[in-house]
Design a protein around this ligand. Sequence first.
Ligand SMILES: NC(=O)c1ccc[n+]([C@@H]2O[C@H](COP(=O)([O-])OP(=O)(O)OC[C@H]3O[C@@H](n4cnc5c(N)ncnc54)[C@H](OP(=O)(O)O)[C@@H]3O)[C@@H](O)[C@H]2O)c1
Length: 327
Amino acid sequence: MPTDAFTTNSPRQPRTVLITGGTSGIGFAAAMGVLRSDGPWHVIVANRDATRAKPAVDQLRAAATAGNTVESLSVDLASLESVSTFATDLVARITAGTLPPFQAVVCNAGVQAGASMTTTEDGYESSFGVNHLAHFFLVEQLRPVLTAPARVVVVASDTHDPAMKAGVPVPAWSTAQELAYGKLGASAAKDGAFVAGQRRYSTSKLANIFYTYELARRLPAGVTANAFNPGLVPGTGLQRSAPAPVRIIAKHILPRMTWLVRRVMTPNVHTAEESGAALASLAIDPSLSDTTGAYFDGRTPINSSEESYDTAKSNDLWNVSEALVQR
Ligand SMILES: NC(=O)c1ccc[n+]([C@@H]2O[C@H](COP(=O)([O-])OP(=O)(O)OC[C@H]3O[C@@H](n4cnc5c(N)ncnc54)[C@H](OP(=O)(O)O)[C@@H]3O)[C@@H](O)[C@H]2O)c1
């Protein structure tokens, strides 16, 4: 159930921006960016646990520009049943006119695996299941109310691209069916457990881009889909499942040493606020209303990896994903 009923006094038609993983890291900063801009926007910050999310939601509400509203809704993306319940409620509310139509669905939530492979409630490998499949299912369920003008923005990562040398083992695509159960391609054969987990993450981010391009080809005119790379954003919760030394370095040391990170890892380092603001602009900037099927590095459209344009793989991912969400 909504924790904050939708109300606005604005004479303009409000629109809904849904952000998964909206109470921490880049998603929180993106929600803040939307809420601080001219709307009226109704921002739904999806989270796993309303009580845990409350301080972040209160902070967003306090910072919102007059006329913008925020609502906290819970969904567990590691459960297709939870996604279905969540989406069904949103479709019913939009259809009934008690929730404004979608401006954007921002598929931001993500997990980076730890030292051992984990699975979702439905038995799929977690980074494939949460980062890709749950968002695929969410958007498919929302399709009846994703009418023009509306946008889907998928948060990917430059870890999908071997040319970017992003400091994470590069993707090893096998087939969508195999990846759903954690089986990477042949180049990962010698990986230990931690490296394999990191590689499943970068491979799931490649899936995010395959999915975005395929979605853009399948959406009706006026509904767009774009992928987004936030760059390296130290200090978010993404490494929460990593072994303690990695977690401590990622959470407490790298954010204080961005000059060193720029020199030895990647120049593409940002604060959550910088990347969140860029993500917010993909969701609401009027100049992007016709842009679809693009990959943005921050605010700049660039080419994604060579492999990511392989339409046989993206088509296979789509077909397999459709089958995997049939329950
Ligand atoms: N940080 C970076 O350097 C970086 C770089 C490239 C791409 N990205 C991408 O940016 C996105 C946001 O990551 P972040 O860095 O901001 O990390 P973060 O702070 O950990 O945010 C991830 C969000 O996803 C949510 N989430 C995880 N599992 C979920 C589940 N089963 N159901 C619902 N929500 C779930 C988390 O919710 P809880 O708070 O409940 O755990 C959290 O709010 C991810 O897609 C990530 O891959 C990050």
